[in-house]
Design a protein around this ligand. Structure first.
Ligand SMILES: [Zn+2]
Length: 168
């Protein structure tokens, strides 16, 4: 999926967490939503031509050199590793620096999960069971930037608009 569809997925994940955790403070909501959208774009750091790679070219060059696109970086295991790393970083240092970091992380991880779910709608799929199995799973056969993706993107956008007007 392209970055627009993924960022919509991130907003959906952010709204879900805000509702589930009853986060009412607008500053905390903003930190959480920023994390969710960045998290939803982060896994494509393994692709040199992605939106996030243009924003962080050095990191993308290293990641894309080490991992193939839609490989290990697009797995639940990687989400767990990032979650543990961010959790430790927050516990050890970040929370002293800024209490909003916890909200950012609370959005970032669900945002990453939304990326995996959306990429599962693509024909290439992702390795949900890695490293146990290299098998790629996909639910639909949508190609990135195709007309079908535009439909998914619009439906997601319409749902988000409905949710947004309900919550705020
Ligand atoms: Zn991806």
């Amino acid at each position: 999926m392209n970055y627009v569809t993924h960022s919509f997925g991130g907003v959906a994940a952010g709204l879900a967490v805000i509702a589930a955790a009853s986060v009412t403070d607008p500053v905390q909501q903003t930190a959480l939503m920023t994390g969710a959208v960045l998290g939803s774009l982060f896994p494509d750091i393994d692709h040199r031509k992605s939106w996030i790679a243009h924003k962080a070219p050095i990191a993308a060059n290293i990641m894309a050199g080490l991992f193939k696109h839609r490989g290990a970086i697009h797995t639940p295991v990687f989400v767990l590793i990032v979650g543990a790393a961010l959790g430790l970083l927050n516990w050890g240092w970040l929370r002293e620096f800024n209490y909003l970091a916890a909200y950012f992380i609370q959005g970032f991880i669900p945002g990453m999960i939304s990326h995996l779910i959306l990429d599962t709608l693509n024909v290439q799929g992702i390795m949900w069971l890695w490293p146990i199995s290299d098998k790629r799973f996909h639910i639909l056969r949508i190609r990135t930037n195709s007309a079908m993706e535009a439909v998914v993107c619009m439906v997601l956008g319409a749902c988000l608009y409905g949710q947004y007007t309900k919550i705020f």
